[in-house]
Design a protein around this ligand. Sequence first.
Ligand code: PLP
Length: 464
Amino acid sequence: MHPLLQHDKTHLPEILDQTQTIALEFLQSLPERTLSASRQSQHIHYGDDQLLPEGIGAKTALDDFWRHYANGITGSAGPRYFGFVTGGSTPAALAADWLVSTFDQVAQLSHDNITAELELATLSQLKTLLGLPAAMTGSFVSGATMANMVGVLLARQWLGHQRGVDVAQQGLAALGDICVFSASPHSSSVKALSMSGIGRNALTLIPTLQGSEAIDPAALEMALKEAGEAPVLVLASGGTVNTVAFDDMNALVALRQRYGFWLHVDAAFGGVAACSAQFSPLLSGWEQADSITVDAHKWLNVPYDSAIQFTRHLSLQREVFQNQSAYLDAATLLENDYLHLTPENSRRWRALPLWMALRAYGQQGMQEVVERNVALARQLGERLQNSTGFELLAPVRLNVVCFALSEGDAAARDAFLQRLDRAGVVRCTPTALAGRPGIRAALVNWQTQQQDIDRALSSLLACR
Ligand SMILES: *Cc1c(COP(=O)(O)O)cnc(C)c1O
């Protein structure tokens, strides 16, 4: 063994202690840490892009790394980062995630170790938490983008089946064009259309209900009639990123009954609201979808990268993702042989952090985070609306505040966001709603509290 490897092997306890010291220093700094790293802090230290002929050992490598790059690491996992939709990590999820790397298990087969059964057990709890039927199956993937991709690939396979085509075997050309209907699809679903070979141009944007991002079911019905016999995929929103608008899932399910399309629901963060009886009606009917996306690294507050794709068409999933090979023992296809069910072969034991968090905090812990985030988002919205210089672009339906400067164009908005970033107290990101330049504040972090809203609001007002 190389002497440095041998050295590190014998000094592992010290290396892990040192790692914990860095981790604690970071976690304790999180509430006050910069929310957007300066350009300067993003430079690579002299020589750090050069391969060393002789290594320096883990201890020095860790020390050097932390000394040179700590300032380039932001507090995006902290309580006042409201940009995009970015969760943090609860203590239980973080602990489990460390252990996932430590254990480094083969998590692609059903019978090698505990990983597959624990993934099933995690999903079973998650279905209970979110009110999804036990009959739905699921698997962990890297994010909602990949969960949407799986949904789209299953749709493709199912639409082929309806017409006697096996797309997995024959290719998409054997099926021909697919019509994709959606009112406010997330950009990652459109990416999935590209990656799947369906093509971005297959998407037809359906009008929304007046003053909302939610789909107008009557307009969708007209499009369905027009599509005639063509294969149709409907991409529904279970919470849009701007205004957290929910498509009327029951109306979509009723239309599916009559027109026979594949219904995919992107509920990346909005789906988690179903853990609260206050908000679960927003998702009513989603349990009947053909495929569903839920992110774990957003509102469920596990570390990147983790999401779940659900479906009620397990056999189709095997057709799409089966990975036959003599050396992989593919003869025995079990429900949770994940290498036959997911885009990846080798995969991380992603279920463990969510499993640990659900054990640690239970249904009530998850519900408390969701309800607190929503209450604080509504309060922030109200206070912005009542202050001069800001207005809401939409009512705060759930956990996202979509607002704007009362005056000024996109350049004024961008200059405002730059001032806000320099102040570094709160992070918001730009958007546009109905052609108007806007600003989003998305609350999904388990640590966000009243004092964070007070501080965020003061900074927003000061930077006007
Ligand atoms: C964040 C998000 C996505 C993309 O998710 P990733 O986890 O970043 O891949 C897709 N859809 C919605 C509605 C989202 O909020």
